[in-house]
Write a protein of this length. Structure first.
Length: 425
């Protein structure tokens, strides 16, 4: 059957060609590996090898090979790596879309398959484009809509990243020579001086990107690059503020949790509060007790008893996987080392299993590694910025650990189990 001509796109833009595609490609060639790397870093920061509760990809197999003990220094480590991951991902969206636009005619090329090699090439492109769209879509849905796939976002984004990066490496290996040639073939600065009136198609070539029936230009190449660049800059401005924090927070128009976290000592970003997690008033009221277990011993404390233990101070941020973070807050409470000492494990505290009074939903329990327990800045915090913790920030007591993702800072802590032998299996 013959497809009527009006249904076959004619791709008249005179801008399309190997040079323009290659310029977008270079930006992605720098950006995508950085995204992948900071993604791996984020994966590592969850201590997935430590306990089943921390590991959301139990079937990862060899993909877990790069694990290391997540350090507590510098204390802003995750704030930076995850801020870069999320901000960069958002900023690259216009570049990705422009790149896809520039190669769109290839998607409809006829015949669809010319040879076995061509078939393989197209298959790798399917994984590449599919992988890219999937990773960007899941990432953005996660940061904007607050876990639209509760629990499953993590493995989806994780395995998707491996498919995507595999196809990316193949694609770069196959296309790099062509890209270099295309970039050498035109002078970037001369291109930036060329107005619309003098914009002509790139010379016909074998890549199939240059239009064979070019229409008049509606914008210059410089204009097209400028639009994409401006799009990225605008996205940067309305996103970055959520991880830079402080007064810049006001510019984060895209910040999913709103820009104004309210006044006062507890006036900083809340992820999920009491209402959202279904924490019951009586579980965090006067009858609340903290149980500390380990080394075959157990100690039960009231909040007053905790307040009578030596209080320490640590200025630390909360840095969420979603990319937002707070500036440093002044936390005060009991050192995890001192709590380990209550059950006789003070000289060489082991890893700890932290459980919350929250009964349903995610992040109720998490395990912290021994290096995190031993850091003198790691606290079971009772106060923040001089005031008692608000219920939404984890009253009566919450964990705060330097350098770690926000999710490790369990709120409404109910029980601490030091040493893996005392953990649930
Ligand atoms: N019990 C419990 N603790 C929790 C969470 C939770 O949902 N339940 N969210 C975690 C996540 S993902 C983050 S980023 C921080 C946010 O802390 P904040 O709400 O005080 O800013 O708390 C962590 N602690
Ligand atoms: Mo988080």
């Amino acid at each position: 059957m013959k497809v009527p001509a009006r249904f076959v796109p004619s791709w008249p833009s005179p801008l399309r060609g190997p040079w323009l595609t290659s310029v977008f490609a270079v930006a992605l060639l720098v950006g995508i590996p950085l995204l992948f790397l900071t993604g791996l870093v984020s994966y590592t920061a969850y201590n997935p090898d430590l306990a089943p509760v921390n590991d959301m990809t139990p079937d990862k197999g060899v993909l877990g090979f790069y694990l290391l003990a997540w350090p507590t220094d510098p204390y802003w480590l995750y704030r930076v790596t995850q801020g870069v991951h999320v901000t960069l991902g958002v900023v690259l969206v216009p570049v990705l879309l422009a790149k896809l636009w520039s190669v769109a005619p290839k998607l409809f090329a006829r015949p669809p398959v010319r040879s076995p090699g061509h078939a393989l090439d197209r298959l790798s492109l399917l994984l590449l484009v599919g992988g890219a769209l999937f990773e960007f879509a899941t990432g953005i849905l996660n940061i904007q809509l607050n876990y639209i796939f509760p629990g499953s976002f993590y493995p989806l984004h994780f395995y998707g990243a491996w498919v995507f990066i595999g196809a990316f490496v193949v694609h770069v290996a196959l296309r790099l020579p062509r890209t270099v040639r295309a970039l050498r073939g035109r002078d970037f600065r001369a291109e930036l001086r060329t107005p619309r009136a003098r914009t002509v198609p790139e010379p016909p070539d074998t890549t199939g990107l240059v239009s064979r029936t070019p229409g008049p230009p509606t914008v210059s190449r410089r204009g097209a690059l400028g639009m994409v660049g401006l799009g990225s800059v605008v996205l940067f401005v309305v996103t970055a503020g959520q991880s830079i924090g402080g007064p810049v927070r006001g510019t984060a128009l895209l910040a999913p949790h709103g820009r104004n976290p309210g006044p006062g000592p507890n006036g900083f970003q809340i992820n999920k509060g009491v209402a959202a997690t279904g924490v019951r008033a009586r579980d965090i009221g006067p009858d609340w007790r903290l149980t500390v277990r380990g080394g075959g011993r157990e100690s039960v404390l009231t909040r007053e008893e905790l307040e009578r233990l030596p209080q320490h101070r640590a200025d630390l941020p909360i840095a969420c996987v979603e990319g937002w973070s707070t500036s440093d807050q002044r936390w005060e409470g009991v050192r995890l080392v001192d709590l380990a000492a209550l059950v006789g494990l003070g000289h060489a505290p082991p890893a700890v299993y932290v459980e919350s009074a929250q009964r349903h939903g995610s992040f109720r329990a998490v395990a912290l590694r021994d290096n995190q327990v031993r850091d003198p800045r790691s606290l079971l915090a009772l106060r923040v910025n001089g005031a008692v913790l608000s219920p939404d920030h984890g009253h009566p007591a919450r964990i705060i650990v330097p350098g770690a993702p926000g999710v490790m800072n369990t709120k409404w802590v109910r029980r601490l189990s030091f040493g893996e032998s005392s953990w649930p299996v």
